[in-house]
Write a protein that binds this ligand. Structure first.
Ligand SMILES: [Zn+2]
Length: 437
């Protein structure tokens, strides 16, 4: 009955919440709110293995019934220096010769090649097999978007004034093999999956801590261009259940700055990140394809992360550089000193961040070097050590100092805001027997 109570006090934005397109087509003219109510009542037998629970907050006009087998994927990639349409289409999961030909060699699309501005992002909608449905290319003027769209066998290019509407999307998923496996199945863009990993990066090491059966629920912004998803925004609220332990985070703004807080009003940001490697599709899928020389923590006092050579290594906490250079079996090594008598070691590096030298100040998350296999390493990986007052401790077991809570005045505002989001996250987690898509 708790769910009923939540629904009876449904906030305005719940009224906009409707079930996903699939359900909308099936349920026809029911009002949005009554469809939400329907989700709180178990109406179907338990979903088959692998079933994702998916709810989207979309406006009615954005809805289109989907045909059987017409599942689509939305991906977004930021443009880095040296990118071409060839490299971007590959990263966007576009495996479509006709679309590639159109983009790479048609006179119509030629001018787009000068529009790849580093830092901006491209987005694509594809079918499950990689056929392009739509490609969004924001133009350098900042006000126009070019859209390449499939109409049957033909591809068409059109340009539109940017007109994004922001909607809140709610989705949940369960991890069976990998985080990206779960977010792909739920149709969650990579940028949102990575944001989720960043938000919980003080508590969960997404390279090592994930367990089969871990669950997550998200409320995030999605920008739509004429009813189609075109750009992902920020995560507004998130819940992650890792190995039976629940973590929650809510985006909260004060003094013009926004940050994530737990339900108790304490900042999610802590003195140390759980992992010195940034989380990405590449690092998440990279297992150590070699036998570590000494593979237990007890034997070698550190934790090893397999990752491709060149993967960015980041400072896990604010501090200063104690050592940068080569040292025996460590190979290329960075040692950072942190307040409170902590030190962190990053070994076997391929190279160091430009300008890094003894005494440099670094902030949490700054890139300090790149994964390599220098020193006693038989394959590319990062060896990470955590020292407390001179002796190595297992970084996976330390309790790190937490940040200060919000002031009492901000706390009240925060609680009012997070309460309704929390109710929605719980609704998402608690409706395992409802089929959404
Ligand atoms: Zn090691």
């Amino acid at each position: 009955m708790i769910k009923r109570r939540i629904l009876n006090h449904a906030p305005a934005f719940l009224e906009r919440l409707t079930r996903h397109r699939w359900a909308l087509a099936a349920l026809g003219s029911l009002s949005a709110l009554s469809m939400v109510a329907a989700t709180a009542v178990p109406v179907a037998s338990p979903p088959p293995e692998g079933q994702q629970r998916v709810i989207e907050a979309l406006q009615i006009e954005a809805m289109r019934p989907l045909q059987e087998g017409s599942e689509t994927f939305f991906r977004e990639e930021s443009i880095t220096r040296g990118d071409t349409f060839g490299s971007l289409l590959a990263r966007l999961g576009v495996h479509d010769e006709a679309a590639q030909r159109f983009i790479l060699s048609s006179p119509e699309a030629r001018h787009l090649h000068r529009q790849l501005v580093a830092g901006r992002s491209l987005a694509a909608r594809t079918t499950a097999s990689g056929e392009l449905i739509q490609l969004y290319v924001p133009l350098a003027d900042g006000e126009t978007v070019a859209i390449i769209e499939r109409h049957g066998e033909r591809l068409k290019l059109s340009e539109h004034a940017l007109q994004y509407e922001t909607h809140q999307v709610m989705k949940s998923g369960e991890i069976r093999s990998s985080l990206f496996g779960a977010t792909d199945a739920a149709g969650i863009p990579d940028s949102i999956a990575i944001q989720m990993a960043e938000i919980f990066s003080s508590d969960i090491d997404f390279h090592r801590d994930l367990r089969r059966g871990d669950r997550f629920s998200l409320i995030y912004e999605m920008q739509y261009h004429h009813g189609q998803p075109a750009r992902s925004g920020r995560i507004l609220a998130a819940e992650f259940v890792n190995d039976g332990k629940t973590y929650q985070a809510f985006l909260f703004e004060q003094d013009g700055k926004s940050a994530y807080y737990g339900p108790d009003g304490k900042s999610r940001k802590k003195a140390f990140l759980r992992s010195p490697l940034e989380f990405s599709r590449v690092t998440s899928g990279f297992s150590m394809r070699f036998h570590p020389i000494l593979n237990t923590w007890r034997a070698h006092k550190g934790v090893d992360y397999g990752a491709p050579i060149g993967t960015r290594v980041r400072a896990t906490g604010d501090g200063s550089v104690e050592f940068v250079g080569t040292r025996g079996g460590y190979g290329n090594l960075v040692i950072l000193s942190h307040a409170g008598g902590y030190q962190t070691y990053y070994a076997h590096l391929n190279g160091f961040a430009k300008g890094l030298k003894k005494g440099s100040r670094v902030s949490q998350g700054d890139t300090i070097g790149y994964v390599g296999k220098t020193g006693w390493a038989t394959g590319p990986h990062l060896h990470y050590e955590f020292h407390v007052k001179g002796s190595a401790v297992n970084p996976l077991s330390i309790a790190v100092p937490t940040a200060l809570p919000l002031s009492p005045a901000q706390q009240a505002r925060f609680q009012a805001q997070s309460r309704q989001q929390l109710a929605l996250l719980e609704l998402l987690q608690d409706t395992p027997s409802v089929r959404f898509e």
